[in-house]
Design a protein around this ligand. Sequence first.
Ligand SMILES: [Zn+2]
Length: 422
Amino acid sequence: MRTLADDGYLAGGNTPWRLWGVLQQGLSEAEWELAAQEARSCLEGLPAAGLPDAAGIVGSVLSEEQLGPDRWRLGTGGWAYYALRRLIPRPARIGLQRLMAARARKGALLRWPVEDRYVRFVAEVVCRLCQKRGLRSVPYVHFWPGGRRFAFVLTHDVETAEGMRFVPALADLEERYGFRSSFNFVPEGYEVDATLLADLRRRGFEVGVHGLRHDGRLFASREVFEKRAVSINRYLRAWQAVGFRSPMTHRNPYWMQSLEIEYDSSFFDTDPFEPMPGGTMSIWPFIMGRFVELPYTLAQDHTLLRVLGQVTPELWLRKVDFLREHCGMALIDTHPDYLRRPDYLAVYERLLAEVRRQGDLWHALPAEVARWWRTRMSWIAGAAGRVGEAAVPEGATIGRITAADGEWEAGRPVLEPAYYVS
Ligand SMILES: [Zn+2]
């Protein structure tokens, strides 16, 4: 199978030791490598499990090699559907989408809505390291500021002018729960209201760029992409935006290096329902070349409410439980275009209310998360095992990762990590 290893993995630097920021003195990279080798069994069935070093394993997983060499090409079915979809009457369109969704889910290579293999891998690496060193737990730089358990990030893609008209009402709703979000607009899809952008920013919301046009052509060829990237960069500057999401989550991280962004959010941990299905399996941000990737980890509103016909936020909340357990990032991508429907909006509001009620979250805008992650990662890269010598980045706390107490199976501890934040 063709791999991208020859080009170098854009995300290969996100090794487990960089991800964790373990502050145990005297751990060598060779020890980490050995632990990563042993933990590969968590990735069974994935091409990464056969790779020799941690950078390769992580780079392969985060660049979705589990989906094969054509993962970033749109299948002919996808092209035909997007070319023809305006001609398909609405009721037939939703029927067709449900049919395609059922097929996608059945054939999916990754689990959904929870795909935990990569999460288990990075935890197992630390646990094996503890085991070898005879340590019950090790300190690490906790993932989120203030020792909060997980990050909660709201993003929206605004597909049409009708969607744009609903933005103020949606912003009001989020504000009532003490939340702010980012709205990604399509620069050349409809007349973007400059007053609205200014107003959103003034209220503490964020503005981002959602492709150039919403026509499914952005990744049609390298040439098309590079040409459009010039315009996208112009809009980024004009809107003082630093974030991007690709329409229909079409993506290619190598091409996307031409975008002058701080973060992208076109990838996801697992989503079999997208026109380019896949998943990075990561529930944390990661560095992808020049930008920070913020994968969305909660199902899109369109998928959950329209295609799967859910009438409660149950599936979202179950995923939030998983993300909270592993101190991940709950990042959702919803659309004012769909949330205009009162019944859909009611489900979204129930999600906001419940997450607010449960608490212990770090709520931030995507740009803030990206900046935090970059700061944390650069500090960890420079700290290299020092304990208590350098001040941790502002807002950071030291936690402990602990292999579960007492349980042994086949001569080794059951590696169920617990995270404690002090
Ligand atoms: Zn869109």
